[in-house]
Write a protein that binds this ligand. Structure first.
Ligand code: NAP
Length: 212
């Protein structure tokens, strides 16, 4: 597939590596292409562009930018370039304040998630929340003694979710479909939970697993 990744940070680069590994075409989108010069040198098959060109190129869009910048970035990408496309929303709505006893602060609340806001603003894009509940080092082929970890995902469009389920399979996850966009109210705060051992004990090596 043609993957347009909006972002130039660790998540964008980690997921780009996964998509390239499995033979997808990847274009990273950023406001500042110079930031990705080193990545480009190491990944000659990958392409780098502005947000709009990356969105236009994409059959599948990945949104991997600072949570509070997500709306602006999607506007820069252009609603027309996103229309009808599946968009994996990796963002977390983390407020710009330090954690309290290891607990991050979100600027959203439990009645409305980041992804629901994005879905409302960009109605013709098909958002799927995924990959937000683990650190970027484990996004592709995570290896844990406890076995294959679970990636919770959700979104309103079933076909878009099937595409994301396929990517999760490919990247070595056990996909767990939590239903419609409202489920992001529960999936996004998993980021807070995932980070607590990190902030308290510098332990960042773990992932969630759903036992049945
Ligand atoms: N780090 C992790 O391990 C991890 C794990 C799970 C989920 N997440 C979530 O994934 C997202 C990306 O995280 P990250 O750590 O890779 O990077 P980040 O530092 O949170 O975000 C960097 C990206 O945000 C864009 N950005 C920042 N401020 C902006 C603004 N004012 N206007 C437009 N764009 C702006 C940057 O655009 P330019 O390229 O143009 O500079 C860059 O592409 C975040 O929402 C984060 O919460 C992170």
């Amino acid at each position: 597939m043609k993957i347009g990744i909006l972002g130039s940070g660790d998540v964008a680069k980690a997921l780009a590596g996964g998509f390239l590994k499995y033979g997808h075409d990847v274009m990273l989108g950023t406001r500042a292409t110079a930031k990705l010069a080193e990545w480009a040198a190491k990944n000659p098959q990958g392409r780098i562009a502005g947000f709009a060109d990356a969105a236009k190129f994409a059959e599948l869009v990945v949104l991997a930018v600072k949570g509070s910048a997500a709306v602006d970035v999607l506007h820069l990408a252009g609603a027309a370039n996103l229309a009808g496309k599946p968009v994996i929303d990796v963002t977390n709505p983390i407020a710009d304040v330090p954690p309290v006893n290891g607990v991050l602060k979100f600027y959203t609340n439990l009645d409305e998630s980041q992804m629901e806001r994005l879905q409302r603003e960009f109605g013709s894009a098909r958002f799927v929340k995924a990959f937000n509940s683990v650190g970027n080092a484990f996004m592709v082929n995570p290896q844990f003694k406890g076995g294959k970890p679970t990636m919770f995902f959700c979104g309103n469009d079933e076909a878009a979710k099937q595409i994301v389920r396929g990517i999760l399979d490919q990247f070595g996850w056990e996909p767990a479909d939590m239903g419609k966009a409202e489920a992001a109210r529960a999936i996004e705060p998993l980021c807070m939970l995932w980070c607590i051992p990190g902030f308290l004990r510098n332990d960042w090596v773990h992932a969630f697993k759903l036992l049945t």
